[in-house]
Write a protein that binds this ligand. Structure first.
Ligand code: UDP
Length: 338
């Protein structure tokens, strides 16, 4: 097992200026660790770096990564930095492989060179493709159906090979739908461009965005709209800290779904947005979006057993409520709650 110094762990957070990464930095800091953000700001936000130092750099720049791992005395890495839009990946596959897979090649090379052997990786339920049963457990074959999911699965394979070759200790955390934002309103949910259901529905309800297009109302689900497992970003952040603790305590490779186990339909999200904001969501029933399976819900049992992790925020009104203030007025992301 890797020996760790007795001082607080110093953790490189790639993509730490992004949505989930920034929430994770706060959780690491609360847990007594020292986050160091590495981000090229191509999609992240400098003002989201509030816990720990900021090292600007591109993930594919191995020399820069080596320098930061050395100078910042990094003990472990949590790797979020990646492109994460399924639709975009279908149209720009090389861009996805270059950034997501190329970034992982550089990161693993730099970690091996510097003897940093602990890695928590942001994977996705998109690695499963079209599920063969529901809920989805980790024994389901991984058969991704788009370049984004494939790029994440390739990264999982690379970590597996690095574990065999030079003793990398890793966790692949397969998220379902990250949602909500910091309950203390210090961090927001912000994507650029915004494509996600809850932010778009909030903007539509508040009149700060266009009417929401409901992608498909004829699915074989109870109300005809897609069902997803929305997990609070604060819960995701906490799961990363737990995974890091487990690896540092000697746990073997961890391959874990992170979800709540509870499915919520698009229509149920619109109902929640209406309850939270007091406004109905103007919407247009639209054709199905390519590549959207009817239902994606996690079986969260393995994460519970391996990490003692259980989602705290499972009430959809609470999840929507934590995101809502950031969408109430223009520009997007301007907080109503100080
Ligand atoms: N969705 C929708 N209208 C939108 C955006 C999303 O109906 O403008 C649906 C989408 O088809 C999916 C669910 O909302 O069933 C969640 O989509 P999102 O893009 O938020 O996350 P994804 O599931 O793609 O990771």
């Amino acid at each position: 097992m890797t020996q760790f110094p007795s001082r607080p762990a110093r953790v490189l957070v790639t993509g730490g200026a992004g949505y989930i990464g920034s929430h994770c930095c706060k959780a690491l800091s609360r847990a007594g660790m020292v986050p160091v953000v590495y981000d090229n700001l191509s999609r992240g936000h400098a003002d989201a770096v509030r816990w720990g130092a900021f090292m600007k750099g591109d993930l594919r720049d191995r020399a820069r990564l080596v320098q930061v791992l050395r100078d910042e005395r990094i003990d472990a890495v949590i790797h979020f930095a990646a492109f994460a839009y399924v639709g975009e990946s279908v149209h720009e596959p090389q861009m996805y492989y270059d950034n997501n897979v190329g970034g992982m090649i550089a990161l693993l090379g730099a970690m091996q060179e510097m003897g940093v052997k602990t890695l928590v990786f942001s994977s996705s339920c998109a690695t499963y493709g079209v599920p063969t049963h529901m809920p989805i457990d980790e024994t389901m074959a991984q058969a991704p159906i788009n370049p984004y999911g494939r790029s994440k699965l390739i990264c999982e394979w690379m970590m597996e090979d690095a574990a065999t070759a030079w003793g990398l200790s890793y966790a692949a955390l397969r998220y379902f739908n990250a949602a909500g934002s910091d309950p203390e309103f210090e961090l927001s949910e912000r994507h650029d461009p915004e494509t996600h259901l809850i932010p778009l529905a909030l903007m539509a309800a508040e009149g700060t965005g266009a009417p929401l297009q409901v992608f498909g109302t004829d699915y074989p689900t109870p109300d005809g709209t897609c069902v997803r497992d929305y997990i609070h970003v604060g819960d995701l952040a906490r799961a990363h800290v737990l995974a890091l603790d487990a690896l540092r305590a000697g746990a073997g490779p961890l391959k874990l779904n992170l979800g709540t186990g509870k499915g919520t339909s698009v229509q149920e999200i619109l109902d929640a947005v209406e309850r939270v904001t007091g406004h109905a969501v103007p919407h247009i029933d639209s054709p199905r979006r390519a590549g959207d399976p009817p239902e994606l819900v996690a079986n969260p049992a393995r994460a519970r057993e391996a990490l003692g992790f259980e989602a705290q925020w499972t009430n959809i009104d609470e999840i929507v409520g934590h995101a809502a203030p950031w969408f109430a007025e223009r520009p997007v992301g301007a907080p109503k709650v100080a």
